[in-house]
Design a protein around this ligand. Structure first.
Ligand code: ADP
Length: 639
């Protein structure tokens, strides 16, 4: 370190030389001296000495004024004042003016050196203090800027997550970029994939018209270079690369906007006037903000895509001819489309309300209430008399959907067909009885050979089958027409036992085990005892018929709330899932029924018609190779 530099100002040349040559230089100081105050001031500004020693009385600028001016220039510069007028008044004024020390002439060399030492030490202390203050000011400024960056980023972060409107988010980002970098203007350019041009999606301090019509080709532009390379660009007037944008700027900073590994645009700030230099710190902030903007754009694109899918789906659901009701796991309405609204005359916004508040149809409510994962089908009648086939499907993670198809015309057709079949069946009955009678008579009329007897047996079997069919058809016709309305209060367990008694021998022939769980205190049901027994018998007959020898059949009847629940289960072959929706249809036989198994395909149609005419419900649970359970639910007579 160079020795301290001392500037001496005194109009007395002898004193100057004495101080310089005899005292200060030998003591190791560097010394410069001048003969008047003004020269001292100029030289002090030029040389920046560590200490000034000045005389009080000088031509031009007086010693005290020099002290004041020097202190104004550099408050930490120590000044020693020498005077031959050793009055107290002068001493006070000297110190008031800010001098470090005061020496009354004549003084000893040691006195001066001691004062110089003190003043220099004090000057150093002041300078250290000043440096520390400057450091502190700088740290405070850095901290302030960090705080601003943090606040801006957290604001943008909140905006990105809370605001769905992309314009708001992107404008917030550009405004923060301009504020934090201290730049004059900022813009967010996005690439138009079709035209290969960049357009201004958000801006700050740009003319509105300019921003709106701004278009920039990717090739041959700085922003385009950022898009092409995915690398940021920081340029100012000193940069070797020429600044080339569509308008003139002095400095700029462009960072890429990257979404899923692809650069889709540029976030930029610039200064048209000389403005503040853009630094690497600004770059870091800009990169963070570009990330936020990219997330917001990505979010918005995802949201738009899912929103347009949602709208599309909603339109399909709303416009579809079939009624659709979507329910959450608590059976609250999530969606009810136009067709379903028309059926049940639902008006207004019913989303979130319980289905029971919205529609009254007990059958629909019951369909929505059935548990289990398996799809269920139910025929529903609307208040205006139309008939719907309603299918309930469980939707994992959502709840369930009920889709209703209008089958009124099919029902009408079915009715006409049934009436026709009933008429024909009725007309067939007499000729069949006649055939059977005459077949009986053949053998009595004369001797027949063995072959003829076999033929007669086959004719009889076929006629019996036809008679069975006709009887079933007539039964079905009668039940569907509601002809037998003889309603009585009947004990279901007794009917089940009767039905079982009639079939026990058939089960025994196949060595099947039939188990019953029928308590005597079951509540009564209201209905036609003959038909109810027929219904149970048909189910049992099927169970015995389809279950192989040594199989197991279980009949149970229990009460649950207002309902009596009857179940007929077997350990038979089961029904293929694809066939299950159709097994109650007339003449339907499942694909796994062996050819030689007798049957008309009408048994379950009769069962269903009987259950329906008793305001009950029936469904099947079946697993191939495991067995089948038919469940019948009937209302209690006292309910
Ligand atoms: P079928 O006269 O053919 O028995 P149903 O109407 O009684 O006619 O039954 C319709 C079809 O349902 C049957 O052909 C059979 O495929 C199936 N099915 C009914 N009950 C059972 C059962 N317990 N086990 C297996 N399949 C059955």
């Amino acid at each position: 370190m160079a020795p301290p530099l001392i500037l001496i100002a005194d109009d007395n040349r002898d004193i100057r030389e004495f101080l310089e040559q005899a005292v200060l230089t030998p003591a190791g100081y560097r010394v410069r001296s001048v003969g008047d105050g003004l020269s001292a001031l100029t030289l002090a500004r030029e040389l920046l000495p560590d200490l000034v020693i000045t005389d009080l009385q000088m031509p031009g600028l007086q010693g005290l004024d020099l002290v004041r001016r020097l202190r104004l220039d550099r408050p930490t510069l120590p000044v020693i004042l020498m005077t031959s007028e050793g009055s107290e008044q002068v001493a006070i004024e000297t110190l008031r003016a800010g001098a470090a020390d005061y020496l009354a002439k004549p003084f000893e060399a040691e006195q001066l050196l001691a004062a110089v030492g003190r003043a220099l030490a004090e000057g150093r202390r002041w300078r250290t203090l000043e440096e520390e203050q400057a450091d502190a000011r700088h740290s405070a400024a850095t901290l302030e800027r960090r705080l601003q960056e943090f606040e801006a980023l957290s604001l943008i972060g909140r905006t990105v997550t809370a605001v769905l409107d992309l314009d708001t988010v992107l404008t917030t980002v550009v405004e923060a970029a301009v504020r934090l970098t201290g730049a004059e203007e900022g813009s967010l350019l996005l690439l138009d994939a079709k035209s290969g041009e960049l357009y201004m999606r958000a801006s700050k301090n740009f003319d509105e018209e300019f921003a709106r019509t701004f278009r920039l080709h990717v090739q041959d532009s700085l922003a385009g270079q950022v898009v092409a390379t995915g690398q940021p660009v920081v340029l100012d007037e000193q940069s070797p690369q020429k600044i080339k944008t569509s308008y003139l700027v002095h400095s700029l900073l462009y960072v890429p906007l990257r979404v899923r590994g692809k650069t889709i645009g540029v976030l930029g700030v610039d200064n048209r006037k000389a403005g503040r230099t853009l630094t690497t710190e600004d770059l870091a902030v800009m990169l963070a903000m570009a990330d936020y903007a990219a997330i917001a754009i990505d979010n918005a694109q995802l949201y738009q895509a899912s929103e347009s899918e949602r709208v599309k789906l909603e339109t399909i659901l709303t416009q579809t001819e079939s009624g659709v009701i979507v329910l959450d796991p608590e059976n609250r309405v999530m969606l009810i489309n136009r067709a379903a609204r028309l059926v049940y005359r639902v008006e207004g916004d019913v989303a979130g309300r319980s289905l029971a508040e919205v529609v009254e149809d007990p059958r629909l409510l019951a369909l929505a209430r059935v548990g289990g994962d398996a799809p269920r089908r139910e025929e529903l009648e609307s208040p205006d008399g139309r008939v719907f086939s309603a299918q309930r499907t469980l939707i994992p993670g959502v709840g369930q959907a009920i889709v209703m198809h209008d089958i009124t015309h099919l029902k009408d057709l079915d009715r006409i067909k049934s009436e026709f079949v009933t008429t024909v069946s009725h007309d067939l009955r007499s000729p069949l009885t006649a055939i059977l009678g005459y077949v009986e008579l053949i053998e009595r009329a004369g001797s027949v050979n063995d072959q003829q007897r076999e033929f007669i047996r086959r004719v009889r079997l076929s006629v019996e089958h036809m008679t069975h069919l006709v009887a079933d058809l007539l039964d079905l016709g009668r039940i569907e027409a509601g002809l037998d309305a003889s309603l009585e209060v009947t004990p279901i367990s007794v009917l089940a036992r009767y039905a079982l008694d009639g079939l026990r021998s058939a089960a025994e022939m196949k060595q099947q085990k039939v188990e019953t769980v029928l308590s005597d205190d079951l509540p009564m049901v209201r209905g036609d005892p003959y038909r109810l027994r027929q219904m149970i018998a048909n189910l049992l007959e099927n169970a015995i018929k389809y279950t192989p020898a040594n199989g197991e059949i279980v009949v149970t009847a229990v009460v649950e709330g207002d309902q009596v629940i009857l179940r007929v289960s077997d350990s038979g072959p089961g029904i293929p899932a694809a066939d299950q929706p159709y097994i109650f249809d007339k003449f339907f036989r499942a694909s796994n029924v062996p050819d030689d198994t007798g049957g008309t395909g009408l048994g379950l149609s009769i069962v269903k018609s009987i259950v329906d005419s008793h305001q009950g419900r029936i469904w099947v649970d079946s697993q191939l190779g495991r067995g089948t359970t038919f469940t019948v639910v009937l209302p209690r007579a006292d309910a």
